[in-house]
Design a protein around this ligand. Structure first.
Ligand code: 4NP
Length: 167
């Protein structure tokens, strides 16, 4: 494993809707910028219900419309080891964030924060500070997840490219 890679973990509740979408979108964008070799990207859930499952078909179809394939991803639960392994852990909503902070080991290296407000957006993206949970909603809400996640990923990536001088 290359120690210099930036390690990014996306976290939501079930790891079948928002965080696999964020993983797929972020990976797609680093590929487009041809800096994929500089990143390790993964996703996980704070809950255990969907371990081993593929992403929700509505998330897959919203992503596929933007040429992003989520079909190979499998849900897993976040673990205390992730806080030692990853540089950045992005929570999709504030409950995910508080659940993460509850299990964060004291010596953790990871920076843990809300995906839509990092690095310095108090008002988030399009007025959203959290990615709304689309699980009990319609396909339209999955399109909103894609919009918010694409925008946040671009800007986070711009920031990381600048801070780590990746180009
Ligand atoms: P996610 O969405 O956290 O974006 O993956 C959910 C998936 C499943 C459940 C809730 C949210 N659930 O209650 O099973």
């Amino acid at each position: 494993m290359n120690k210099d890679k930036l390690k990014i973990l996306m976290v939501c509740l079930g790891n079948i809707c928002r965080s696999p979408t964020a993983e797929g979108v972020f990976r797609h964008q680093v590929r487009q910028r041809q800096i994929e070799h500089l990143f390790d990207i993964d996703s996980a859930g704070t809950g255990t219900w969907h371990i081993g499952e593929s992403p929700d078909h509505r998330a897959c179809s919203a992503a596929a419309k933007r040429n992003i394939d989520l079909s190979n991803l499998k849900a897993r639960t976040v673990s205390p080891d992730d806080f030692h392994e990853y540089d950045y852990i992005f929570a999709m909503d504030s409950k995910n964030l508080s659940d993460l902070l509850t299990i964060q080991p004291e010596s953790a290296k990871a920076q843990v924060m809300l995906f839509l407000t990092w690095p310095d957006l108090d008002n988030g993206r399009q007025g959203y500070r959290e990615v709304p949970d689309p699980y009990y909603s319609s396909q339209e809400d999955f399109e909103l997840v894609l919009d918010l996640v694409e925008q946040a990923s671009q800007e986070i990536l711009d920031h990381l490219v600048s801070v780590y001088q990746l180009n």
